[in-house]
Design a protein around this ligand. Structure first.
Ligand code: GDP
Length: 511
C-alpha cells in the first residue's frame, strides 16, 4: 500500500458506520432503503428533492449512519472483487411471510466471506401470514442464531412499508457500530472508495465516493484507480453542497479526468506531479496485473492468509448430486496439514453459475466442479475476472490436487513490497562506469538492494536490480524522499530523462 500514513491514536475519532442492505428479491430492500431515507431528522428538508447518488446518510440519536443505496449483493461483490471493503455492517432482509430463499443464502454467504457482521431485518411483519419465528429457525441453520435464543445475531422485526421498527433497526445499527469501534483520522488526506460513477453531459465524469478516512476538500488532488482529478464540487443526495467531507460521508464529486470504476480506491495527494505519476504508474501496473492474472492458473496462487497466520484455500464446490458433494466435503474436511485450512465458501448441486464465479472472485476462491461444467458465458466470465475453474470426475483427484498444492506452499514464499519512487532528471555518462541517472526520490525511499521497475510514459519497460546507488560520489545504502541521487541498473543502460523508477524489496512471507 503506497504512502500508508500511520495515524496518531489521539487524532482518531469515531466515524459513522457504512451499511449495505442485502436479501432475496421482493423481500423489501428498496422499500426499506426508502423508509430509512425518509426517516432522517432534517428540519426544513422534509419533502426536499432527493436524487439517487448511490449512498446517503441519516442522523439517528445524534449520530450519522451511511447507507449504500444499491440494494443487493452484485455491487458489494464487485467492489470486494476489486479489493474494496466499504461495508461495516450488512443488513440481511428476509420477508416474514416468505422466509429464507436462495438469494438470502447467497447474500449471507457473501457477508460471511467478507467477515462483516450481519443484522437480520425480518420485514413485512404487518402481513397476516408473517412468521418471524420461522425466519429465525431457518437462519439458525445457517449459523445466524438470534440473540434472544442465546445466539449472536441481532434480529429486528420491521415493516418497511408501514414504517414499523425502523428506529429499532437504527438503534441496533448504532449499538453494533459502537462495538466495532469504527475510528478515523479527519486530519489526514482523505481516502475512500467509489460507489458509483458515470459520465454526465454537463458536469463530465461524476463519481459518488465514500470517505473512509481523512477529510476530503474542494481543490484536493486525487487519484482514483488510475484516474487523476482535482475536486471541483461535492454534494450529497439532497443536492447540498459541501466544501469538506468527513470520514464516513458519501459525496458525489466532479473534477475527474475520466470515469472511474465502482470499487476503485481513491487517495488524496499533496503534490500534483506525484499524483499524475502515480496514476500513470497504476495504469502500467494494471496492465501488468491483468496479464499476470491471466497466467495465474496454479492452485498455489489461490491461497490467502488468514488473520491467525493460517493459510486458507477458499473453495466454491459444485457437484452433480448431493451425495457427491457430501462425500467431497467429508474428504476436504479431513485434509490435515499443519498451518493450512480448507474453507468451503459455498457448495451446491448444479452447473457452475455466474454467481459461483462472482463469489469465488470476491473471496479469492477456486471453483471446483465434480461432474459439472460451466457454460461458455460462465467460463469467459471466470477468465475475465481471473477465477480458476477446475473440473473433476474422480473424487480422489480433488484431494490429491489440494494436497499437492498445500505441500508446494511449504516452500518459502516471497512478496514484493514497493518502498518508493524516483524520477530520472538528468543523465551523466562516465567513461569508466557508464551512465549514471541523476534522479530525485518523489516518494518513500530507494534502497541499495532494491529491485527496480522502470516505467516510461506509463509503460513498464524494464525490471531488474540496482547496480549502484550514489549521493554525490559516495555509495549509499538508502536515499529518502526529497533527495537527489544517482543510480544505475544491472544490465540496463537505456534510462531516459522522465523515467519513473519504482523500487521494491522482497520479503519472506511467514508461512
Ligand atoms: P426488493 O426487491 O427487495 O428491493 O423489494 P421491494 O422493496 O421492491 O419490495 C417488494 C414488494 O414488497 C413491493 O411491492 C413492496 O411494496 C412490498 N413490501 C416491501 N416491504 C413491505 C412491508 O414491510 N410490508 C408489506 N406488506 N409489503 C412490503
Amino acid at each position: 500500500d503506497e504512502m500508508e500514513i500511520i495515524d496518531d491514536p489521539k487524532d482518531l475519532v469515531k466515524r459513522s458506520p457504512i451499511i449495505t442492505i442485502m436479501g432475496h428479491v421482493d423481500h423489501g430492500k428498496t422499500t426499506l432503503l426508502d423508509s430509512i431515507r425518509k426517516s432522517r431528522v432534517a428540519p426544513g428538508e422534509a419533502g426536499g428533492i432527493t436524487q439517487h447518488i448511490g449512498a446517503y446518510q441519516v442522523e439517528h440519536q445524534g449520530e450519522k449512519i451511511t447507507f449504500i443505496d444499491t440494494p443487493g449483493h452484485a455491487a458489494f461483490t464487485e467492489m470486494r472483487a476489486r479489493g474494496a471493503k466499504v461495508t461495516d455492517i450488512v443488513i440481511l432482509v428476509v420477508a416474514a411471510d416468505d422466509g429464507v430463499k436462495p438469494q438470502t443464502i447467497e447474500a449471507l454467504q457473501h457477508a460471511k466471506a467478507s467477515g462483516v457482521p450481519i443484522i437480520v431485518a425480518i420485514n413485512k411483519i404487518d402481513k397476516p401470514q408473517a412468521n418471524p419465528d420461522n425466519v429465525m429457525s431457518e437462519l439458525s441453520a445457517h449459523d445466524l442464531s438470534p440473540e434472544k435464543w442465546g445466539g449472536k445475531t441481532p434480529y429486528v422485526e420491521v415493516s418497511a412499508l408501514k414504517k414499523i421498527g425502523i428506529d429499532d433497526l437504527l438503534d441496533v445499527i448504532l449499538l453494533l457500530a459502537e462495538m466495532e469501534d469504527l475510528k478515523a483520522n479527519p486530519k489526514r488526506p482523505a481516502r475512500g472508495t467509489v460507489i458509483e460513477a458515470s459520465l454526465d453531459k454537463g458536469r463530465g465524469p461524476v463519481a459518488t465516493v465514500i470517505v473512509e478516512n481523512g477529510t476530503l476538500k474542494i481543490g484536493d488532488i486525487i487519484v482514483i484507480g488510475n484516474t487523476f482529478g482535482r475536486i471541483r464540487t461535492m454534494n450529497d443526495d439532497l443536492k447540498r453542497r459541501f466544501t469538506e467531507a468527513l470520514p464516513g460521508t458519501p459525496v458525489e464529486i466532479t473534477g475527474l479526468d475520466e470515469v472511474p470504476h465502482a470499487g476503485d480506491i481513491f487517495m488524496v495527494f499533496t503534490d500534483e506531479k506525484v499524483a499524475r505519476q502515480t496514476s500513470q504508474a497504476r495504469s502500467a501496473k494494471e496492465r501488468e496485473n491483468i496479464s499476470k492474472q491471466q497466467k495465474a492458473t496454479s492452485l498455489e496462487s489461490m491461497f490467502g492468509a488468514q488473520d491467525d497466520g493460517q493459510k486458507v484455500l477458499n473453495i466454491v464446490l459444485k457437484g452433480d448430486v448431493q451425495g457427491s458433494i457430501e462425500a467431497l466435503k467429508g474428504m476436504l474436511d479431513k485434509i490435515d496439514i499443519e498451518g493450512f485450512h480448507v474453507n468451503i465458501v459455498r457448495s451446491g448441486v448444479g452447473a457452475i453459475s455466474e454467481t459461483d464465479v462472482q463469489l469465488a472472485s470476491a473471496s479469492k476462491a477456486i471453483v471446483m466442479g465434480f461432474n459439472v461444467r460451466p457454460t461458455a458465458a460462465v467460463k469467459s466470465l471466470a477468465d475475465s475476472v481471473g477465477v480458476e475453474i477446475r473440473l473433476y470426475n474422480v473424487v480422489y483427484r480433488i484431494t490429491e490436487d489440494i494436497e499437492k498444492a498445500l505441500k508446494g506452499m511449504l516452500e518459502p514464499v516471497f512478496e514484493e513490497i514497493v518502498t518508493g519512487q524516483a524520477e530520472v532528471r538528468q543523465l551523466f555518462t562516465f567513461s569508466k562506469i557508464g551512465t549514471i541517472a541523476g534522479s530525485y526520490v518523489t516518494d518513500g525511499s530507494i534502497k541499495r538492494d532494491a529491485k527496480v521497475t522502470v516505467i516510461r510514459e506509463g509503460v513498464v519497460v524494464y525490471k531488474g536490480k540496482l547496480s549502484s546507488l550514489k549521493r554525490g560520489k559516495d555509495d549509499v545504502k538508502e536515499v529518502r524522499q526529497g533527495f537527489e541521487f544517482g543510480l544505475s541498473i544491472e544490465n540496463y543502460n537505456d534510462l531516459k530523462v522522465g523515467d519513473i523508477i519504482e523500487a521494491s524489496i522482497e520479503r519472506e512471507v511467514e508461512v
